[in-house]
Write a protein that binds this ligand. Sequence first.
Ligand code: NAG
Ligand code: NAG
Length: 404
Amino acid sequence: MAPPPARSPASGPRRRALLFPLLLLPLLLLLLHLASSPSPRPLPAPRKPSQACDYSAGEWVRDASAGPAIRYDHTCKEIFKGWNCIANAKANGRDLLRWRWRPTGAGCDLPRLDPRRFLERHRDTNIGFVGDSLNRNMFVSLVCMLRGVTGEVCKWRPAGADRGFTFLRYNLTVAYHRTNLLVRYGRWSASPNGGPLESLGYKQGYRVDVDIPDQTWVESCSFHDVLIFNTGHWWWAPSKLDPIQSPMLFFEKGKPVLPPLLPSAGLDLALQHMITFVNKAMGPNALKFFRTQSPRHFEGGDWNEGGSCQRKQPLSSEEVEEFFSLDNNGTNVEARLVNKHLMKALEQSTFRVLDITRMSEFRADAHPSTTGGKKHDDCMHWCLPGLTDTWNDLLAVNLEAVES
Ligand SMILES: *[C@@H]1O[C@H](CO)[C@@H](O)[C@H](O)[C@H]1NC(C)=O
Ligand SMILES: *[C@@H]1O[C@H](CO)[C@@H](O)[C@H](O)[C@H]1NC(C)=O
């Protein structure tokens, strides 16, 4: 782990003073202009507070402007290879950037995150993403947007993070803490001495401690000023946590929960405990967000059944319902199921909800698909640049609403 970085040395002004007598007038003017941009400057007037706006309802519209304004491109080094749709020559890799989310509410616009403004506003701040690879996808998007305006970064792993960056000129740290279930889990197998689970016939599975936070983020609560949590996919992940071959066996206070719970009930317990934990562990001024479930778009089968996502356009509202309504019980039904559990748990909490589900449900076109570099199509993660940039627009507008 690297030591906390200090501010960058202020060598700029001194060098400028030495050059001063040598400069011709036009050059001087140019230099003054350049020098003024990265240093503190008056911020634009605060935007309309977002409380009045429901950004979750809306539609995707094609941006009619000259060309897609690139926020960052495939050269951002932090993009995980399988998500780099432009570099991987996904047919619509660049076309994805032409779509803008237009919220339904009158006068409600979701502005694009302005990286320089974001850096200025969040000086001396630590922002952490805690969750599965979909939160990493969002983290990378934010890092790439911010790196686009300032290259002076220190890469390190604060407070148990998987990865993190400090933007040195602003002393802003953004980090990703990897955790699949939020709570601790590990392999379990029957003890020869027997026990309550053994006597019910369990031979092996995963022990999930619903009241113990994963160690990858336990320290993040005292380090970060802003945390964005997520969990969901792994509670419905038959590949690893197969309900028959390797069931989730829930433990509370070190003892098995009896009778054994289904994953959906285990999720409720885990959320309850983790919300309580975070409330105690974070300071009163800290901001806690919970991001809602990111939908998948497998068609013609699930990920391990040859399912794919080859659409080139966002879905229509009718198609969205066909994909995701609970009544249809389709391949990707878990998105709204997870949200039901999240909403129930968050109802009485002080967490703010970052509701990205609806806007994302439309975007069957925005996954890496066959260009994800896996044996199966990736219809779960998102191309970068792409949809999770809009999630960060939503984060930025929420942060502004809270802080102004
Ligand atoms: C950087 O920000 C942290 C708070 O996140 C603060 O504790 C620290 O003093 C700051 N460092 C400098 C050099 O300003
Ligand atoms: C939904 O479909 C799955 C199989 O795809 C099935 O196992 C499950 O029982 C169905 N659930 C409901 C509520 O119909």
